[in-house]
Design a protein around this ligand. Structure first.
Ligand code: KG4
Ligand code: ZN
Length: 378
């Protein structure tokens, strides 16, 4: 069985108020997700079908299996999001879909399905950048985040720092030069035979472990950039595992994983500290799948407090991939720019956003070293 997560709250438009209903689809990686969001902020339904069990035997996402699974699930998931919202497609004012970055085959399943819906119902379709949508997840729960803000996006495909001058205005301050943080965790878990995805397993098994037992050295960027690197940490961890023959039964496992998890958190927060010093924000945003991690959430909150800043961290279900964040960003776009006139020619993009200058734009780094998928998506 695959995990199906659903949240729903009753549809409540103010008396007589014209509410805008947006249905969004997200299929950039290994979650098939659909959501209905009303008035830009109210999540009326959000359905996420995880493919974890499809990919678990391989210890990472297998692109071909992912797109086939999306194809099987998409109709059901979109229907489910409408049913949970007590709506029909005719009640939807606009559709939205993740365009990229992500696995191209998976993206195309969502994009084609969304185009079909929009074309048939003669409604607009908005193409949404996955990384921008992750950042938007923070605004869903806190629309009045004060600017300027620094956003740390940490997921299985991405680890990036952004400067936000105002709403929807991003600049990349740093990104990973090799592995993403979640990717490093997934690989260590795979190597230890702990399953996929690795982040949640590591968090569970690290609980109660001594985070200072193993001294991981953190990477230093010679050019003082705010880029990240996790391959050194990963290699050190793999070497230790090899030397100590650590296994699931080994008594040191909790200490080892706690130390590794703490080192990942330290590496992330070190660059946030650098960004605070250089850019003097008033708010800090943490988002992406790894933002579910308690040690990271607490460390991020503590860093904000000692720096006199406000921290905004979405609820855990909004951190991992979901379609509510996609719908919310589409609503914000529509409110600012109105309905898109051209959308039938929307295309998926695997690596960065060539059109909008969103967070995906900027320096394009070496391809992900993730063994089984090669995605660059967030
Ligand atoms: O944003 P996301 O759902 O997917 C994309 O990569 O776009 O993030 C998935 C990543 C995986 O690497 C997973 O191991 C990690 O988030 N993750 C966690 C936790 N939950 C998910 N990492 C650490 N602690 C967690 N609790
Ligand atoms: Zn993501």
């Amino acid at each position: 069985m695959m995990t199906l997560m659903m949240t729903a709250s009753p549809l409540m438009g103010e008396e007589g108020e014209r509410v805008m209903n947006i249905l969004a689809i997200e299929t950039s990686c290994d979650e098939t997700a659909a959501a209905v969001v009303t008035s830009g902020r109210r999540i009326v339904s959000s359905v996420v079908l995880s493919q974890d069990e499809v990919h678990a035997p391989y210890g990472g996402v297998v692109p071909e299996l992912a797109s086939r699974q999306h194809l099987r699930s998409i109709g059901y998931i979109v229907n489910e999001s409408l049913e949970r919202a007590s709506m029909k497609t005719a009640d939807i004012d606009a559709f939205a879909v993740t365009q990229g970055p992500g696995l191209i085959g998976s993206l195309l399943v969502g994009l084609s399905f969304a185009k079909g819906l929009a074309y048939y119902h003669r409604k607009p379709l908005l193409g949404i950048d996955h990384l921008e949508a992750h950042i938007e997840s923070a605004f869903l729960e806190n629309p009045a985040i004060p600017f300027p803000a620094i956003a740390l996006l940490v997921s299985g495909g991405h680890t990036s720092l952004f400067h936000l001058k105002k709403r929807l205005h991003f600049r990349v301050l740093g990104r990973t030069r090799d592995d993403a943080a979640g990717e490093a965790m997934d690989k260590i878990a795979k190597f230890l035979g702990l399953g996929y995805p690795g982040g949640p397993v590591i968090e569970r098994l690290a609980a109660g472990g001594d985070p200072e037992r193993f001294a991981f050295a953190l990477p230093r960027m010679k050019d003082h950039s705010l880029d990240f690197s996790f391959s050194g940490l990963k290699t050190a961890a793999l070497r230790w595992i090899g030397e100590t023959k650590m296994s699931g039964k080994h008594g040191h496992l909790a200490d080892f994983l706690a130390s590794f998890e703490a080192a990942v958190v330290r590496a992330l927060l070190e660059n946030v500290t650098g960004a605070i010093e250089r850019h003097r924000p008033v708010s800090l945003i943490l988002c992406g799948g790894v933002a579910r991690n308690k040690r990271l959430r607490e460390g991020f909150g503590a860093l904000a407090r000692t720096s006199g800043l406000s921290a905004f961290i979405p609820s855990p279900t909004l951190c991992t991939d979901n379609a509510a964040m996609v719908a919310a960003l589409a609503a914000e776009r529509m409110q600012r720019a109105g309905k898109p006139r051209r959308w039938l020619d929307l295309d998926a993009y695997p690596r960065f956003n060539p059109a909008t200058g969103g967070p995906g734009k900027g320096r394009v780094r070496a391809p992900s070293t993730r063994p089984s998928d090669g995605r660059a998506g967030g």
